[in-house]
Design a protein around this ligand. Structure first.
Ligand SMILES: NC(=O)C1=CN([C@@H]2O[C@H](COP(=O)(O)OP(=O)(O)OC[C@H]3O[C@@H](n4cnc5c(N)ncnc54)[C@H](OP(=O)(O)O)[C@@H]3O)[C@@H](O)[C@H]2O)C=CC1
Ligand SMILES: CC(C)(CO)C(=O)C(=O)O
Length: 325
């Protein structure tokens, strides 16, 4: 299968290395120093199965990479509009596009019936500007439960077992969904196909909104955030708020709040991706994992007072010019 990984950071390099090793025809859309390293040295991934060194074809030109069967967009949420424009030359009628991106997706209200069907979420898709960039029939939804860290361009460490969940945005099972699942499974990454990707989205968003912003405020690890007696009450408050909103949208989250907190603490001394971004002076995914949730909450008239304060505090800290010095 012709597969493009668009965005070669922590998650992109993890997927590109594993898929290449499994025999897929993988190409990588990258830029700058990352592109240069990938072209000269390939990818060096260290994960739970050991070390993987793979050579990949990489370019910053989608035209050069050519038509693809499957495209994984592995950028941060703020780069999504740019990435959707960049991948356009690689699309054919049947190309499947899978954003491997945290947060509420811009297509959340597309493909399903309901009170808000067809609505755009202003925090991530102002006036539908992102929706216009890609036809929905290309999309498969995805939630990634992988932790990975980019040590330097092309050099990535991933410490936890890999898991990735895929689902059609209209909640139907399909042949292409099963094909994608199998491609991932063949690459040694546990992959599941679901008939309700939104349940998974809310589960992951609950993890992100309870940990990522607070990690920027405190510089704490996942273990600390979910177990430190001074931080736990706030984390739990945010968790309770997000679970109410998720329930209002009909999401079924498999874990009760107590188990959720214990699972978080069990993730160990992991630095969240938002804290990594903050330290690298990169834009934070606050809209996709935070302000989009507040918008959804206000649509169903549920207050998220603690969450709002936490997001605003994080936003303030991140907006300070000397924040990282
Ligand atoms: N890392 C983790 O542990 C986890 C991450 N996630 C989520 O997965 C998604 C990807 O995260 P992650 O891999 O960590 O992010 P990274 O920041 O490590 O990687 C993003 C990549 O996108 C590339 N990119 C951005 N814009 C462009 C562009 N215009 N052209 C080409 N490349 C571009 C960046 O380029 P450059 O090389 O120049 O920086 C970078 O390589 C995020 O939504 C994140 O929240 C989810 C679970 C865990
Ligand atoms: C590890 C985890 C689950 C923390 O919220 C994550 O997705 C991230 O760091 O972005």
């Amino acid at each position: 299968m012709n597969i493009c990984i668009a965005g070669a950071g922590a998650i992109g390099c993890t997927l590109a290395a594993r898929l290449t090793k499994s025999g897929q025809n993988v190409k990588v859309l990258a830029r700058g120093a990352t592109l240069e390293t990938l072209q000269k040295k390939g990818i060096h991934l260290t994960d739970i199965d050991g070390e993987h060194r793979v050579n990949v074809i990489a370019s910053d030109s989608a035209e050069e990479l050519g038509s693809q069967d499957l495209i994984f967009i592995c950028s941060k949420a703020p780069a999504l509009p740019t990435m959707l424009k960049l991948i356009a030359p690689m699309l054919q009628e049947k190309t499947v596009v899978i954003p491997v991106v945290n947060g509420i997706p811009w297509w959340y209200f597309q493909g399903i019936e309901g009170r808000f069907s067809g609505d755009c979420i202003q925090a991530i898709d102002p006036e539908g500007s992102v929706s216009k960039l890609l036809s929905y029939n290309h999309l498969i939804g995805c939630v990634v439960f992988i932790t990975a860290f980019r040590n330097s361009p092309g050099v990535v460490t991933s410490t936890n077992p890999h898991l990735i969940v895929f689902g059609e945005i209209n909640h139907q099972m399909s042949e292409r969904l099963e094909q994608v699942r199998k491609v991932m499974e063949d690459a040694g990454i546990e992959a599941r196909a679901t008939d309700n990707i939104r349940d998974q989205i809310w589960t992951k968003v609950a993890a992100n909104i309870t940990s990522n912003p607070l990690s920027v405020v405190t510089k704490g690890t996942l273990e600390q955030l979910y177990s430190d007696t001074r931080l736990k009450p706030l984390v739990r408050k945010v968790l309770d708020e997000v679970l109410l909103v998720a329930a209002a949208y009909g999401a079924r989250i498999r874990f009760d709040p107590h188990t959720f907190m214990e699972l978080g603490a069990g993730m160990g001394a992991v630095k969240t991706s938002m804290l990594q971004d903050y330290e690298a002076n990169q834009p934070l995914e606050l809209d996709a994992i935070g302000y989009a949730v507040l918008e959804l909450a206000s649509k169903v008239s549920i207050p998220m007072i603690a969450t709002q304060q936490l997001l605003d505090l994080t936003h303030f800290i991140a907006s300070q010019p000397q924040a990282n010095s």
